[in-house]
Design a protein around this ligand. Structure first.
Ligand code: HEC
Length: 170
């Protein structure tokens, strides 16, 4: 065998080796970026603002969700708002604040709760592939809740849009 072919063979082996390494790396990265439980999304205020809404006294959901809420979506969830199929890794935040009425204006008051939907179809098989969680402050203090009875049973009515109620106004 000529020295040149030996060098080429060595190069090929090296390249194959690199390729396999890369694959393992990206698989590990994927697992790393997809935690198994709903987490507090620290930077959601930098995400896409989907919509806002004020629920007034008299609304059927006032008891639980009265006040002013803003909905934020990360990049994966934005793909879902556009296609109706939310990929794993999608996170949507329901940021609920008191609605303060003063001088003919409605403004944001104190934080009530931060509701989170996080898609990981391998983990949350009982609740449409979505994990549901709640946090009472920006430090990420968890609210104890049963995701199925407190959240999913109502969101289940939106199966046609992957359990998401809101839509994105372009
Ligand atoms: C009685 C029905 C009901 C229950 C219970 C409920 N939601 Fe929702 N949720 C809604 C509706 C309706 C919207 C859409 C609000 C809008 O369009 O502004 C919504 C919106 C959301 C959104 C934004 C994405 C979307 O679907 O539009 C998140 C995140 C969310 N809810 C989380 C939760 C969590 C977490 C719980 C449990 C603590 C919960 N929800 C319980 C009705 C419900």
């Amino acid at each position: 065998m000529k020295p040149l072919s030996l060098v080429m063979m060595a190069c090929c082996l090296w390249l194959v080796g690199c390729k396999t390494d890369k694959k393992t790396d990206s698989a590990a990265a994927e697992e790393k970026t997809l935690p198994a439980e709903v987490f507090y999304p620290t930077d959601y205020r930098n995400w896409t603002h989907v919509k806002s809404m004020v629920l007034e006294p008299g609304h059927p959901l006032y008891e639980s969700f009265g006040g002013i809420h803003h909905i934020y979506a990360n990049a994966e969830a934005m793909q879902g708002y556009r296609s109706g199929m939310f990929p794993d890794g999608s996170v949507i935040v329901f940021d609920l604040l008191e609605a303060v009425r003063k001088d003919s204006a409605v403004s944001e008051g104190n934080r009530k709760v931060i509701g989170v939907m996080y898609k990981n179809s391998k983990v949350f098989t009982e609740t449409g592939g979505w994990g549901f969680g709640g946090f009472s402050d920006q430090q990420g203090t968890r609210v104890q809740l049963d995701p199925k009875s407190a959240c999913f049973n109502c969101h289940a009515g939106r199966k046609d849009f992957d359990y998401v109620f809101s839509s994105y106004r372009p």
